[in-house]
Ligand binder design. Structure first.
Ligand SMILES: [Fe+2]
Ligand SMILES: [Fe+2]
Length: 274
C-alpha cells in the first residue's frame, strides 16, 4: 500500500499531463475512499523532486518571449486557453508538492483532505482545458508556455507558511481577480464549453484560496503570530513585485482573505517598503 506522500511523488514525477492528472484523480479517490471507511492512508514521508516532471512540449519560454496575441481574435482565445491549461497543470503539482514537502510538520487529517481535493480539482481543470483545446483542433503543447511557474514553489521550499502565503493566498487569489474577465470574453465569443469550464474553475478556486487561508491562520495560531503581519512579511520576502488591483474583494472575502491582508501589498499603496 502506498502512503499519501508516495502518491504525491508519483504524480510529481509523471511527465505527461493526461497521465499525471489520471494518477492524481485515482490517488485522490483512494485517499477519500479510505477516509470514508475510517481507515485513513498513512501520510508517510517521501522526498519530492525540486521540480516536477513535465512533458517535452510545450516549450517553456521566458514570459517576455511568449508571443502576445490579441485576446479578441480566435488565435488569442486559443492562446489564452493554452495558458490556463499550463497554469492548471502547474497547480496539480503545487497541491501535491505541499504534502510530502512539509510532511515532517504534524497537521490534522483535514489539512490533507483539503489539498488532495484541490489537486483532484486542478486535475479536472487541466483536463477541461485540454478538451477545449482539442475541440479547437489544438492540444496542450501546441504553443509555447511561460517558464518560471514553479518559482514560487522553489522559493518557499523550506518555508511552510511562506508557501501557503504565496501559492494559495497570492497566486490562486489572483486567479479569482482575472477569471470573471476571461469568462466575459468567451461569452462574447459564444464559446459555451469554455464558459462552462471556466465557471467550474472559478467556483472551485475559491475553495483553494480558502484552504490556504484556513491553514495559514492555523499555523499562525500554533506559533502565536499575528496572521496579517506574518502574511505581509512572508509575501514581501517571497513574492517579487506588488499585488495588482483590481481585486475581487467579494470572492477574496468568501475565501477568508480580508482587504487589510492584500491592499497594503498592492502597487497603489505609496511608500511601500520591500
Ligand atoms: Fe484550477
Ligand atoms: Fe487552485
Amino acid at each position: 500500500m502506498m502512503t499519501l506522500s508516495q502518491m504525491a511523488v508519483d504524480v510529481l514525477t509523471t511527465a505527461d499531463g493526461r497521465e499525471k492528472t489520471a494518477k492524481s484523480r485515482d490517488y485522490a479517490a483512494q485517499w477519500f475512499a479510505a477516509r470514508k471507511a475510517g481507515t485513513p492512508l498513512p501520510v508517510g514521508e517521501a522526498t519530492p523532486p525540486l521540480r516536477p516532471s513535465r512533458p517535452e512540449k510545450p516549450e517553456l519560454l521566458n514570459p517576455r518571449d511568449v508571443p502576445k496575441r490579441k485576446p479578441g481574435s480566435p488565435q488569442g482565445r486559443l492562446a489564452l486557453i493554452h495558458a490556463v491549461a499550463h497554469i492548471e497543470l502547474n497547480a496539480v503539482d503545487l497541491h501535491w508538492d505541499i504534502i510530502p514537502r512539509f510532511a515532517h510538520v504534524k497537521m490534522p487529517l483535514g489539512y490533507y483532505d483539503d489539498w488532495v481535493k484541490a489537486a483532484d480539482e486542478e486535475s479536472k481543470h487541466f483536463n477541461l482545458m485540454c478538451d477545449c483545446l482539442e475541440e479547437m483542433d489544438s492540444y496542450y503543447g501546441a504553443l509555447p508556455a511561460h517558464a518560471g511557474m514553479w518559482r514560487a514553489a522553489e522559493d518557499t521550499v523550506d518555508d511552510f507558511m511562506g508557501r501557503l502565503a504565496v501559492v494559495p493566498m497570492v497566486l490562486e487569489a489572483r486567479g479569482l481577480d482575472v477569471t470573471p474577465g476571461m469568462i466575459a470574453l468567451f461569452e462574447k465569443a459564444k464559446s459555451t464549453s469554455v464558459v462552462d469550464a471556466l465557471n467550474t474553475i472559478y467556483a472551485e478556486e475559491v475553495g483553494h484560496v480558502a484552504y490556504g487561508s484556513k491553514w495559514f491562520h492555523f499555523l499562525c495560531g500554533r506559533h502565536d503570530e499575528d496572521p496579517k503581519e506574518a502574511f505581509h512579511r512572508l509575501v514581501r520576502r517571497y513574492f517579487k513585485g506588488a499585488l495588482k488591483p483590481p481585486f475581487n474583494d467579494e470572492k477574496r472575502a468568501e475565501a477568508g482573505l480580508p482587504p487589510d491582508f492584500y491592499w497594503p501589498l498592492s502597487e497603489d499603496t505609496p511608500n511601500r517598503t520591500r
